[in-house]
Design a protein around this ligand. Structure first.
Ligand SMILES: [Cu+2]
Length: 180
């Protein structure tokens, strides 16, 4: 096990203890060396609860947010991606400031009607159209989070598109039931 992995394991253990001690308050913050979610852009800085937006080239992202993770180590990110260009594009990869691995997932109803989540290669964003990343559909999955972000913090997301366009967007962390 690498030192980083050992440290992460320790941090997860500490977070789990904190959650137990708080009896489900969803705590587990604290600790010094968390990758900070400082804002590289001023978007949303005036009103910390506003969702994030950013654009680059033909791609614009609006309504970016991260629900406060229900589990200490995994979270999701939601947004709407618009493509004002004349060529179809697709979100093909992403990374975040809070986790070492960010996946593209889709939740679909299985034959039995159960909601099943699986990895997706990309999120298509058609020319002149848009794609929604939302609960129950496409979403970004923030995996192996060393320290779960809490409401009021923000996650910096870097989104990579098939066209080569890259968009950085600041996604505020909101309470799960805050759907604004
Ligand atoms: Cu997922």
């Amino acid at each position: 096990m690498s030192p980083a992995a050992a440290r992460r394991g320790f941090a997860l253990g500490a977070a789990a203890l904190a959650v137990a001690a708080l009896a489900g308050c969803g705590g587990g913050s604290g600790g010094a060396a968390a990758p900070s979610a400082t804002a590289a852009t001023a978007d949303g800085a005036a009103a910390g609860r506003d969702k994030g937006s950013a654009s680059s080239g033909d791609i614009s992202v609006v309504g970016a947010w991260v629900p406060e993770p229900a589990r200490p180590d995994v979270g999701a990110a939601y947004m709407t991606v618009r493509n004002s260009g004349e060529e179809d594009d697709a979100l093909v990869a992403a990374s975040s400031s809070v986790s070492s691995e960010t996946g593209i997932h889709i939740t679909e109803a299985s034959d039995s009607g159960a909601q099943v989540m699986k990895e997706a290669d990309e999120v298509p964003v058609p020319a002149g159209g848009s794609a929604r990343l939302e609960s129950g559909g496409y979403h970004l999955m923030l995996m192996d989070i060393p320290e779960a972000p809490t409401a009021g913090e923000a996650v910096e997301l870097t989104l990579e598109f098939g066209s080569g366009t890259e968009v950085e967007v600041r996604a505020p962390v909101l309470k799960r039931n805050d759907t604004r």
